[in-house]
Design a protein around this ligand. Structure first.
Ligand code: GLA
Length: 343
């Protein structure tokens, strides 16, 4: 049992006075490249982290009883009438998964423990939802395709947390493999897990700037992409070609957003190929270009993040790269470099 699972089991025992029947786990994720393209039906290259969320569970004699060990907070609700919590937060995810679960579910006691820093853009919410789903599956003995589980968790974000996110986080958390990056086509959810060369070093650097209340800004970016697609007369920016960008007004917000999406999808395809070819210098250059595009065209970075990314890029030189990762507006930076330089 990994440490965080032990913590969940210990929290369960002290909260409910008994040993749990089982413990489920789901990781967080870091995106190597391909940001703000998943909801445009694009291509992404995320990978699961070792850190994540563990849930110790057992049947409950009456109603759901949930204990968030890290926050020392409880929630109780009936399986038959799951209401949205008044404020979006961890309860939204627990209740959302229970409300939207497609099969009959017995009431459970659950203790949740996580070792993902919150507010860093490492998908603590997708990790929580998929861990809950795994606990539900373990309880009933049912099986579910990871794509279905990912779609369900995405619906919970949309309907219970109010974030109109794409499907990248849920998919890599549900179907990713350790030490592999997932090349995922968000249009049809086809994917391939690609092994990361053992002499590459990948880590997450905290920018020291927590993501604030940015769900509104995230949803606005999604809307802006839809407006750009509409102006081009296409359903989705995935179908935009580089030459189409000339049809959008020079200097306009729509043109900048579309230029990011078109460029980022191309960079992500290239990056997957470069990963397989173990070409670290070219892979790193793609990462650096992705950061510039998110900063200048998609405008989701922050000056403090940019300064740190600059510093990291200079330290790494030609043997790798660094960029903001995830939704942006602060949060984490991903660094890829030569392992020898870090050991
Ligand atoms: C957040 C969302 C994802 C994705 C990224 C940006 O993590 O949950 O769906 O859009 O931002 O790439």
């Amino acid at each position: 049992m990994i440490t965080i699972e032990k913590k969940a089991v210990g929290a369960f025992a002290s909260r409910f006075g008994m040993e749990p029947q089982g413990v489920a786990f789901a990781p967080g994720r870091v995106n190597l490249i391909g940001d703000h393209v998943d909801y445009n039906d694009g291509i992404v290259l995320p990978m699961p982290l070792e850190s994540g969320t563990a849930i110790a569970w057992d049947r409950s004699p009456s109603g759901f009883e949930v204990f968030a060990a890290d926050l020392a907070r409880d929630d109780r609700f009936e399986t038959t009438a799951v209401d949205k919590p008044r404020q979006a937060g961890w309860r939204s995810y627990v209740r959302g998964m229970a409300a939207l679960w497609p099969a009959p579910l017995p009431p459970l006691r659950m203790a949740i423990a996580g070792d993902l820093p919150r507010g860093m853009g490492l998908s603590s919410s997708a990790s929580l939802c998929i861990a809950i789903g795994r606990a539900f599956l373990a309880t009933t003995g049912d099986r579910m395709d990871p794509r279905e589980l990912a779609r369900l968790a995405q619906r919970v974000e949309h309907e219970f947390a109010g974030v109109k996110c794409g499907i990248m986080d849920q998919m890599v958390v549900a179907a990713g493999e350790r030490d592999h990056a997932m090349l995922l086509d968000c249009r049809d959810l086809s994917y391939r897990n690609i092994e990361v060369p053992t002499d590459w070093w990948i880590d997450v650097v905290d920018s020291g700037m927590q993501r604030g209340l940015v769900d509104g800004a995230y949803n606005a970016r999604r809307q802006e992409c839809e407006e750009a697609a509409q102006q081009l007369g296409i359903a989705n920016l995935r179908d935009a070609k580089p030459e189409d960008l000339d049809r959008l007004e020079p200097g306009s917000m729509e043109r900048k957003r579309a230029r990011h999406v078109v460029g980022e999808i191309a960079r992500t395809r290239d990056a997957a190929r470069l990963l397989e070819a173990a070409d670290l210098p070219a892979f790193g250059a793609a990462l650096n270009a992705s950061h510039a595009s998110l900063r200048d065209d998609f405008e989701v970075s922050r000056p403090r993040v940019d300064r740190l990314v600059d510093k990291l890029q200079r330290e790494i030189g030609s043997q790798g790269g660094a960029r903001m990762t995830g939704g942006g507006f602060g949060g984490a930076i991903v660094r890829v470099a030569r392992a020898a330089a870090h050991r």
